[in-house]
Design a protein around this ligand. Structure first.
Ligand SMILES: Nc1ncnc2c1ncn2[C@@H]1O[C@H](COP(=O)(O)OP(=O)(O)OP(=O)(O)O)[C@@H](O)[C@H]1O
Length: 251
């Protein structure tokens, strides 16, 4: 089972936001997409989710062009959480999370309800379920949006900076949930700015810069001091044990 991009170019006006990017993602892994501001991370994630159609190249899911898969079927198989945590309509947390079952159409049936309940619990939302989303804090809202994506229990979960607004304990909790989803055989792809999270928790890291793929591999090979200098322009190095690494930087 594979989600792949073949020489994908996405234009923004005259300039490419993504330029000839090729990669193949496998289920069962947690993959981090990293890179500086404007590198093309959100564009790549949206293209992989079928939200954005590339001008050149192709995105395929299990060998079928994404563009050829009907939108509802695509939404069943690929859950997408965009970077902007905007919520258009005010409603209760439980109702918003239930929208994650729309592609399946079973939000009122036992299977759907159980999946919604699992997502609410996974994101520590049980006590907030009856609250209007407009009354929540930024981090609470971010957990609700992640829960909506999880409620669909898609084969692929693509999330753009899902942990950025979360406190330390909830970051860890959500990482465990995302790891568990990968261990169940789902594909989990996260855009992450926090390179220590990527280093310690991802199975694979993809680094983009200026719309181009710079490195793609295990975290310790993709996020070397040399890559940090070349891509982020910082003099930094890793300390600590594998799985508990921290980044030290010269000011
Ligand atoms: N609507 C737009 N019009 C013009 N250029 C755009 C538009 N949206 C994005 N871009 C450009 O496309 C490039 C890639 O943007 P993208 O949002 O994918 O970057 P990113 O790596 O996700 O950045 P960030 O870390 O800041 O979220 C950037 O140079 C950005 O300025």
């Amino acid at each position: 089972m594979e989600l792949s991009a073949r020489v994908v170019t996405v234009m923004r006006g005259q300039y490419p936001a993504l330029s000839r990017v090729s990669l193949a993602l496998q289920e069962g892994q947690l993959v981090a997409i990293c890179g500086p501001n404007g590198a093309g991370k959100s564009t790549l994630l949206a293209a992989l989710a079928g939200i954005e159609f590339p001008e050149l190249g192709a995105i395929s899911l299990d060998g079928t062009l994404l563009a050829a898969i009907p939108p509802r079927e695509r939404a069943k198989r690929i859950g997408f959480l965009p970077q902007t945590g905007e919520i258009a309509w005010d409603m209760s947390v439980a109702r918003l999370v239930a929208l994650g079952r729309l592609p399946q159409g079973d939000g009122e049936r036992a299977d759907g309800k159980a999946a919604i309940e699992r997502a609410l619990l996974a994101c520590d939302l049980a006590t907030l379920a009856g609250r209007p989303v407009s009354s929540l804090s930024g981090g609470e809202r971010a957990r609700v949006l992640l829960a909506r994506a999880l409620a669909g229990e898609p084969r692929w979960l693509l999330a753009d900076e899902p942990l950025a607004a979360l406190d330390l304990a909830h970051q860890l909790r959500m990482l465990r949930v995302l790891h568990a989803a990968a261990a169940e055989g789902r594909g989990v792809v996260l855009v992450l700015h926090d390179l220590a999270l990527a280093m310690n928790h991802a199975d694979r890291v993809i680094v983009l810069d200026n719309g181009e793929l710079v490195t793609d591999g295990p975290p310790d090979r993709a996020l070397t001091a040399k890559v940090l200098a070349q891509v982020w322009g910082v003099e930094a190095h890793w300390i600590g044990e594998p799985g508990q690494r921290a980044l030290t930087m010269r000011p």
